[in-house]
Write a protein that binds this ligand. Structure first.
Ligand code: ADP
Length: 447
């Protein structure tokens, strides 16, 4: 087991990882920018190192500073959290070259899944269902037209190097294809320095359903069920549920087994998420995230398994603590992402939190790094906390969520709490009847 883990992140996820390390009796090192000197993860860690000025590229993304912080403190492993360097293959390789363990998959696996064309090709080879479309990059308009005619309109053009929803364009008919192809290509070139694009069928009313997997790096793989993250705004998840209100037990174990076998065959090591669009009973792979996700907490709620413990165990060579047969699903869990943002316009609202009071009671978990008097710096993403609610079934979970939202107080800044109070009372949400466009349509109605 590791002696000392450096946590290359900030905010609630740094705290989340720190807690898991402490429970395992491992020393912790926090790193922070000058803007985060008084952050909770710095206060609670055994040691801390300042790694640079506020902008992420000079601190949380500064590989040299982070490696230096490992050397100074004698950390033998790094947990990257999510975001920042968590899916940076070069970072994983550099740590390996310094004999520091990256708590995550190999640089090569990160690289495969970071290239969408390569990821899709690999998924298909491993028996994962994919969206019908081009085999690889499309070279010209003629080829694009031929493929689109084959799969049928509407189609979507996507950037191979894509991320954050950029470089994607929909063509409803052949008349739109030329412009969609050209704009997707130029956006991709500008945003990622790589203008390779591919084409796939555009699904019109899908849900976003993702499967949590774990590989032990030695040919074993398990799945921990799915999460439904269909409630999104601008491709950003807002509210997540486990299990999905749309799946039955047979569909759950079918897609789960496909994913578990795929990661086993890949020789994948650590936590990962295989993301799908789901429509009319079919799953379509869109991407794989090779890291812990923000919404991992709802999987923890329904399985009782600490995913960060498992990540640390696997990375240290101790293997997984569970087999597929040990994994059972209990009840229902929902996560609300509380952002420091205007609940209607989503404009960030940094500033000082004058009063912070979190709900409590059975089935309630709040993961947050903020406190009364905390000043939210304007440099980073606006997630200030996650409310995770667990109940024996979805109805109980929703009742408890409504109560917890009533108790939650964040004064001094705007937050997305009012949006969740609205959603928890909405009949479509109560019925689990929503797709990936539901939230944006709801917001557009201005209800
Ligand atoms: P990114 O990495 O940029 O987030 P993804 O491939 O994960 O790109 O897709 C992001 C979102 O774009 C999906 O959650 C979905 O809303 C939409 N999308 C992607 N591919 C399709 C498709 N074939 N049909 C319909 N919507 C799609």
């Amino acid at each position: 087991m590791f002696q000392k883990i450096l946590i290359a992140n900030r905010g609630e996820i740094a705290l989340r990882v720190l807690r898991a390390a402490k429970e395992l009796g491992i020393q912790t090192v926090a790193v922070h920018s000058t803007a985060d000197a008084d952050a909770m993860h710095v206060r609670l860690a055994d040691e801390s190192v300042c790694i640079g000025p506020p902008p992420s590229r000079d601190s949380y993304l500064n590989i040299h500073q982070i490696v230096a912080a490992c050397e100074i403190t004698g950390a033998d492993a790094v947990h990257p959290g999510y975001g920042f360097l968590s899916e940076n293959a070069k970072f994983a390789d550099i740590l390996a070259a310094h004999n520091i363990t990256f708590i995550g998959p190999s640089g090569d696996h990160i690289r495969i899944m970071g290239d969408k064309i390569e990821a899709k090709r690999t998924a298909k080879r491993l028996g994962i269902p994919v969206v019908p479309g081009s085999e690889g990059a499309v070279s010209d308009e003629k080829e694009a037209k031929r493929i689109a005619a084959e799969i049928g309109y509407p189609v979507i053009i996507k950037a191979s190097a894509g991320g954050g929803g950029r470089g994607m364009k929909v063509a409803l008919t052949e008349a739109d294809l030329e412009i969609a192809l050209a704009t997707a290509r130029s956006e991709a070139g500008a945003a990622f320095g790589d203008d390779a694009v591919y084409i796939e069928k555009y699904l019109q009313k899908p849900r976003h359903i993702e499967v949590q997997i774990f590989g032990d790096g030695a040919g074993k793989g398990v799945h921990l069920g799915e999460r439904d993250c269909s409630l999104q705004r601008r491709h950003q998840k807002v509210w997540e549920e486990a299990n999905s209100p749309a799946l039955n037990a047979e569909e759950r174990s079918r897609i789960g087994d496909i994913c578990a076998n795929a990661v086993a065959n890949l020789g994948y090591s650590g936590a990962g998420t295989i993301e799908f669009l789901y429509e009319n009973g079919e799953f379509y792979f869109i991407e794989m995230n090779t890291r812990l996700q923000v919404e991992h907490t709802i999987t923890e709620a329904i399985t009782g398994i600490d995913l960060v413990h498992e990540q640390i165990r696997v990375a240290s060579g101790g293997g997984l603590s569970v087999t597929q047969n040990d994994i059972r699903f209990h009840g229902h869990a929902i996560e609300c992402r509380i952002n420091a943002e205007d609940p209607r316009t989503f404009v960030p609202s940094p500033g000082t939190i004058t009063h912070f009071h979190t709900p409590g009671g059975l089935g309630i978990r709040v993961d947050s790094g903020v406190y009364s008097g905390y000043r939210i710096p304007p440099y980073y993403d606006s997630l200030i906390g996650k409310l995770i609610v667990h109940g024996r079934n979805r109805v109980e979970c929703m009742m408890r969520l409504r109560r917890a939202l009533d108790e939650f107080v964040v004064d001094g800044i705007k937050t997305t709490l009012p949006l969740f109070r609205e959603l928890v009372g909405n009949p479509d949400i109560a019925n689990g009847d929503y797709d990936i466009h539901w939230l944006e349509k709801h917001l557009a109605k201005g209800e």
